[in-house]
Ligand binder design. Structure first.
Ligand code: KG4
Ligand code: ZN
Length: 361
């Protein structure tokens, strides 16, 4: 089944063509136009600017996706689009564009939940992957654990009660003086610190240990806001102690130490809750997905957790961890097979709850 998929839920405009069947999952093209350089100027995504940038890019990325796939547009079988959750302006651009395409090409329109699509990014790399598994989706707006019993049945069994993991990476990075989005830079800084080994000392020379983001109860929930605030307070205190004026960056060595301690807290917190999830559900295979799944330390920690229970570990290749339309196309195939299509009345929804109440996802 040839699916043209569109993704525009945040700050990436993407179009892809995927060829999906019961036996194989193939990406024929996957074009991503990122807006991060624009939003870096403001330290985070500005929804109004994001919507306009999607309008600028969407026709171009779609034409390029069709051209690069080398398929005749008349051979397409369906159009898929992320309709929730995300920023409403950006979502509306993609949904409206996809509706027009489906209408003109007389093709079925498949609405896709962005969070499920993040997991579907891994289906390309593991052709034999099938349910059941536990999915943990860590992105700029979500940190949730799901019990997955089929590609279209995700039961949320744990979630963040406040900030998402990616949000904590981005806010901590901003206070450190890094450019948005900060996750990849914090990943690198933490690796640099760990490479130096235990002989390395920090200026403050204290044993840094930040609070765990795992809620201290038997639930599978997280709270990243306490961790984020503790790291930011530490940075402010350190700057005062070092008498740094506002234009002077923290010494690189300190940034590495803080990034390492922060990353350790994130990884241990997530691995700890996954351990409980495996024991609670009896499912030992884990799929890690979302933008933060690109984090090398988290990939290692989750892999170790799955393997310590004798289970498999699945994660999308690095290029498919962030927002892209190929993952939307993959999820769309399973939605279609489960009988899920939308009419031309399809709308966009900022939250999963509102899309669910509207009967769309
Ligand atoms: O899934 P995504 O592309 O967008 C949303 O749906 O939110 O996730 C973006 C998030 C950002 O917060 C970014 O800083 C984070 O993913 N991220 C990382 C890494 N690469 C991207 N976080 C930690 N380590 C990374 N290597
Ligand atoms: Zn995403």
């Amino acid at each position: 089944m040839l699916i043209l998929a569109i993704e525009s839920s945040c700050d990436e405009t993407s179009a892809a063509i995927v060829d999906m069947s019961e036996k194989s999952r193939v990406i024929l093209s996957n074009i991503v136009a990122s807006q991060t350089e624009i939003h870096a100027l403001y330290g985070g995504v500005v929804p109004e600017i994001a919507s306009r940038a999607h309008i600028d890019a969407i026709s171009y990325v779609t034409k390029k996706a069709v051209k690069d796939a080398g398929v005749d547009i008349k051979k397409l079988d369906a159009v898929a689009v992320t309709c929730a959750p995300g920023l409403i302006g950006p979502l509306l651009v993609g949904v409206n564009f996809a509706k027009s395409l489906a209408y003109t090409l007389k093709l079925p329109l498949i609405p896709v939940n962005h969070i499920l699509a993040h997991s579907a990014a891994a289906y390309f790399d593991y052709q034999d992957l099938c349910a059941p598994f536990i999915a943990i989706t860590v992105s700029g707006s979500h940190t949730s654990i799901y019990k997955v019993t089929s590609f279209t049945a995700f039961e949320e069994i744990g979630t963040s009660r406040d900030d998402a993991a990616g949000e904590a990476f981005d806010k901590v990075g901003r206070v450190m003086g890094l450019n948005y989005p900060c996750g990849a830079a914090i990943d690198r800084l933490a690796s640099e610190w760990k490479r130096k080994g235990s002989s390395q000392r920090s200026i403050s020379d204290e044993a840094l240990k930040f609070p765990s983001p795992a809620i201290k109860d038997s639930s599978l929930d997280f709270s990243f806001s306490g961790l984020k605030t503790a790291v930011i307070n530490h940075i402010h205190n350190l700057r005062q102690r070092l008498k740094l004026d506002k234009n002077t960056p923290l010494p690189e060595n300190e940034c590495q130490y803080i990034a390492s301690a922060f990353t350790d807290a994130v990884c241990a917190g997530i691995a700890g809750k996954l351990d409980i999830a495996i024991k609670k559900t009896g499912i030992n295979s884990i799929l890690l997905a979302g933008g933060v799944a690109a984090n090398s330390h988290l990939r290692e920690a989750v892999k170790n957790t799955a393997e310590s229970h004798g289970g498999n570990f699945y994660v999308p290749s690095l290029s498919l961890c962030g927002d892209n339309a190929a993952m939307v196309g993959a999820q769309a195939y399973y939605e279609y097979m489960a009988g899920k299509t939308a009419g031309n009345e399809l709308n966009a929804y900022a939250s999963e709850e509102s899309a669910y109440l509207a009967g769309v996802i």
